[in-house]
Design a protein around this ligand. Sequence first.
Ligand SMILES: Nc1ncnc2c1ncn2[C@@H]1O[C@H](COP(=O)(O)OP(=O)(O)OP(=O)(O)O)[C@@H](O)[C@H]1O
Ligand SMILES: Cc1ncc(COP(=O)(O)O)c(N)n1
Length: 266
Amino acid sequence: MNCPTALTIAGSDSGGGAGIQADLRTFALNCVHGMSAITCVTAQNTIGVQRVDALPPEAVSAQIESVVSDMGVQGVKTGMMLNSGIIQGVKSAIEAYQLEERLVVDPVMVSRSGAQLLDDTAIEQLKQLIPLACLVTPNRYEAQLLSGIEIKTIDDMKRAAETIYTYGVKAVLVKGGAMLGENRGVDVWFDGETFDLLKTKSVETKNNHGTGCTLSASIAAKIALGKDLKTAVVESKNYVTRALESALDLGEGNGPLGHFFPLLEK
Ligand SMILES: Nc1ncnc2c1ncn2[C@@H]1O[C@H](COP(=O)(O)OP(=O)(O)OP(=O)(O)O)[C@@H](O)[C@H]1O
Ligand SMILES: Cc1ncc(COP(=O)(O)O)c(N)n1
């Protein structure tokens, strides 16, 4: 039986809410065979990140090479990459295996709980990876850092998307989970020609750990399934909204999404 494959290049979250664990659940729900290149191991729960251990960059590159050379990859996303050595290795592998057309970069910098997930010195490397991707998905904070624009309004999100687009990436999705009031949960899409506001409903929950990871993993899975980028983004945005509505009340802090809600509804 043939099965599309997707690869996540990201960190492990011991609490299972974000990172590799959220990505693999999202791939599975899309009936895509999930593969992983783990960049670092976090000791993490719903309250915070207690410890981070990086893998050597060569270990990350070796994982990518193993799966791409043998099994093929139809969709790929990057998440937490922690340091510049890892990002450089990932960039070389993406170029060597020509994965650019199917690459989604989630420029993870800070966790929901406020922990730093990217070294200060690594942002320049991340800026060099972004032009390779078909889509980059910064949240409000990441978009501010990447564009140098302070974001308070939808117009600010649009201006930030335009600036980030000039890096050379095919499309930008500025995510609005951290926007306030009626703008919370409104995402801005820009592909160089068209702006689009992606709106679902704003979900009232503290259990929102891993929304960005889940969104980018879902987009990568749908690319692997052969969907066009915009369709992949719109369907994934709807999926995250439903998974937020079914989020799990686990732990004292921000619980994980209910990734498997469609299975529970049957
Ligand atoms: N309360 C909410 N209601 C509806 N949609 C939301 C809400 N919070 C986040 N989202 C959506 O979730 C997706 C991820 O956005 P967000 O801004 O939370 O990314 P993120 O900060 O990278 O996520 P994380 O770091 O938690 O993985 C976006 O599509 C966003 O609109
Ligand atoms: C391994 C890993 N990857 C990504 C995130 C970001 O997710 P969040 O902002 O929900 O904490 C995280 N906390 N941990």
